[in-house]
Design a protein around this ligand. Sequence first.
Ligand SMILES: Nc1ncnc2c1ncn2[C@@H]1O[C@H](COP(=O)(O)OP(=O)(O)OP(=O)(O)O)[C@@H](O)[C@H]1O
Ligand SMILES: [Mg+2]
Length: 205
Amino acid sequence: MHKARFISVEGIDGAGKSTHLAPMAQWIRAQGHDLVVTREPGGTALGEALREMVLHQPMNADSEALLMFAARREHVTTVIAPALQRGAWVLSDRFADASFAYQGGGRGVALAHLQQLELWVLADLQPDLTFLFDLDPATAHQRVVQGSPVLDRFEQERGEFFTRVREAYLARAQAEPQRFHVLDALRTPEVIFAEIKSVLLARFS
Ligand SMILES: Nc1ncnc2c1ncn2[C@@H]1O[C@H](COP(=O)(O)OP(=O)(O)OP(=O)(O)O)[C@@H](O)[C@H]1O
Ligand SMILES: [Mg+2]
């Protein structure tokens, strides 16, 4: 019986998270694990509704942070915790680190407020492993623009915003080096995926 594992992927818009989700899921399932693949914001009916609002409707930064954590609470209680309890693995495209990076680093929401929300919403739950796709904002922006004609509220932000988001992510990774694995996302998907597999094997087999 394999222990349930909770893995998140993080990084600025266009860093390559979603690109790697399907190959990661396929590989984890091929190792014989039951796996739930999910995303934030989203992952539940309420979360997907809030995702639409947060990505498209203007709002102040604190409201944005509160909505993200409301969606996250629903996600944790109805999807993530039950999956882990029945022994399944969970792979989430973004999780709580994204709030520290985007609402904290990007929008300037007070760290103390985010820490309070994290304590309330996550209790003891943290991912076992977080892959941080680290990429310079200029390259990430080029990838986003090439990939999608319509940009959401975050994708429309300027380079300085994403520089702050990236720095907040890296600060979080530095504070928790045992949980984070930082990937140089400038490389090809093949090279990045090979590194992901070797990390998963080294950590969890
Ligand atoms: N390593 C890579 N090299 C070059 N292009 C890449 C790489 N990884 C992803 N891409 C391309 O960059 C674009 C953005 O990738 P992807 O959607 O995976 O990013 P993301 O991190 O999920 O972004 P978002 O946060 O906006 O959802 C896609 O068009 C994808 O094909
Ligand atoms: Mg994505």
